[in-house]
Design a protein around this ligand. Structure first.
Ligand code: FES
Ligand code: FES
Length: 152
């Protein structure tokens, strides 16, 4: 066990865990931020996507020991009142079905638009390719991203 001080959604947290503990479990089990979901655990589904200094990152594959001073943002910290443009577009297009993959989809989409406010269809497809939705909400995900983009 070791003690880590990490910044999550603008707040500092001290965590005592093994150095190889994935951030997914730090968030869910230690800080009780359960919006970040466990899908595959091996970096293949995107359900656990968070932002690390604004970059979409798979929390299941990110050991706490490499986080350092980076700023972590989870779905709970994306906006104050669920009013991030991506969240508003998600509501407008009624994107979720079961909802399980959706926080990962939203976090990945928000990171994409932060880096590229006006992505092409191909750029959206490429960026979102690794976020799996077993309910097949892909068409609505794409529409919502276009609405949230500067083209929307
Ligand atoms: S749970 Fe992290 S990518 Fe699937
Ligand atoms: S909405 Fe059900 S897995 Fe995506």
């Amino acid at each position: 066990m070791a003690q880590f001080t990490i910044n999550i959604n603008g707040a500092s947290h001290q965590i005592d865990v093994a150095a190889d503990t994935p951030m997914l479990w730090v968030l869910r089990d230690h800080i009780k931020l359960v919006g970040t979901k466990y899908g595959c655990g091996i970096g293949e589904c995107g359900a656990c996507t968070i932002h690390v200094d604004g970059v979409a990152t798979r929390a299941c594959s990110l050991p706490i020991s490499v986080v350092g001073d980076s700023k972590i943002t989870t779905i709970e910290g994306l906006s104050e009142n669920n009013d991030h443009p991506v969240q508003k577009a998600w509501i407008e297009h009624d994107v979720p079905q079961c909802g399980y993959c959706q926080s990962g989809q939203i976090m990945n989409a928000a990171a994409l638009l932060e880096q590229n406010p006006s992505p092409s269809d191909t750029e959206i497809d490429t960026a979102m390719n690794g976020n799996i939705c077993r309910c097949g909400t892909y068409t609505r995900v794409k529409k919502a991203i276009k609405t949230a983009s500067s083209q929307g």
